[in-house]
Ligand binder design. Structure first.
Ligand SMILES: NC(=O)c1ccc[n+]([C@@H]2O[C@H](COP(=O)([O-])OP(=O)(O)OC[C@H]3O[C@@H](n4cnc5c(N)ncnc54)[C@H](OP(=O)(O)O)[C@@H]3O)[C@@H](O)[C@H]2O)c1
Length: 285
């Protein structure tokens, strides 16, 4: 039986893609630069392979016996061109479907790298199913949880805009459905979101309720946010710049749409932010 290669398998979405594929009895090759992390996560449920987007010599081994690929862009790889070598390698193999973890709205917005990456996959005529999710709930429990835990504040430059947050677990489930039926979903794109659009004042209210602490949305401007994340938090500049562009888009209203995409693929309702924060309380306390 041919295998599914999951890139970013230790990441927010890739880890759920892997788990959901295992539930569907698909043979998975979990890929990444940290094999130890992968075996800690999945034990012997999957094969693991050392794979580095920035080292072509790791591609052939990763693609051995594989006929479907979950492709993601590590956040620190800011240029679309960073993904072209692996896409070229995928083209050279007999791949039935590539599900690329893209971003809601990129079909109309050439600024985020995902736009060009989607186009490149299409240009090479690789059978594709683009997954275009809204913002992840995991942004709050992950990267932004430091300020929530230590200062009871949400420090994100999103103004008063609304976001239809989705749980990465739901993205993983929807993606596994696509990879499980490559013929059916060949050359399709799926915008998947959570069930409601919230502004960050509402997010703060839900987190306050769930944690029983007063958590405030401080609504920082772009410059304050950029300085803080680069200088104080020491995060990669390219990564922070991409997020600034994304929050700029968000303020233009590009993150608030609610779609039926998740239900159409899974026949389930997507999880709410309140359900998510209850299940992930440990990251906020
Ligand atoms: N956050 C959001 O709200 C949101 C919304 C829509 C779309 N997206 C998109 O989703 C993507 C991020 O997905 P995620 O949050 O699941 O990722 P993530 O949790 O940040 O994980 C990054 C993954 O990339 C792997 N990785 C890093 N450098 C690598 C390299 N050089 N070669 C191979 N693997 C490497 C890491 O594994 P190792 O450590 O093992 O290498 C890790 O598994 C981005 O493209 C982002 O734009 C995000």
């Amino acid at each position: 039986m041919m295998k599914v290669l999951v890139t970013g398998a230790s990441g927010n979405v890739g880890s759920y893609v892997t788990r959901e594929l295992v539930k569907l009895k698909e043979p998975v090759v979990a890929a990444g630069t940290n094999i130890q992390k992968l075996s800690d996560l999945f034990g012997n449920q999957v094969e693991t392979v050392y794979f580095d987007f920035q080292d072509k010599t790791t591609f052939d081994k990763a693609l051995e016996g594989v006929d479907r690929v979950f492709l993601m862009r590590p956040p620190h790889l800011g240029k679309p061109e960073d993904l072209y070598p692996i896409i070229d390698a995928v083209k050279a193999h007999n791949i039935k479907l590539v599900t690329f973890l893209s971003l809601m709205g990129v079909e109309n917005n050439p600024i985020p790298p995902h736009h060009k990456i989607e186009k490149y996959i299409e240009k090479l005529e690789i059978p594709y199913a683009h997954v275009r999710p809204g913002f992840f709930m995991q942004n709050l429990s992950g990267i932004h949880s430091t300020e929530i835990r230590e200062e009871n504040k949400i420090f994100i430059p999103a103004g008063r805009s609304k976001t239809s947050f989705i749980d990465a677990a739901d993205i993983g489930l929807a993606t596994a459905v696509l990879l499980h039926d490559p013929e059916k979903y060949k050359n399709t794109a799926h915008t998947i979101t959570g069930p409601e659009a919230l502004d960050y004042f509402e997010v703060a209210e839900i987190l306050s309720k769930v944690t029983r602490r007063k958590i405030t949305y401080t609504k920082p401007g772009y410059l304050k946010y950029r300085n803080y994340y680069i200088k104080k938090r020491g995060l990669d500049k390219a990564y922070v710049n991409v997020t600034v562009a994304l929050y700029f888009m968000t303020r233009m209203g590009t993150a608030k749409e609610i779609t039926n995409g998740f239900y159409e693929l899974t026949y389930r309702k997507p999880r709410t932010f309140e359900e998510f924060s209850k299940d992930n309380l440990k990251y906020f306390t």
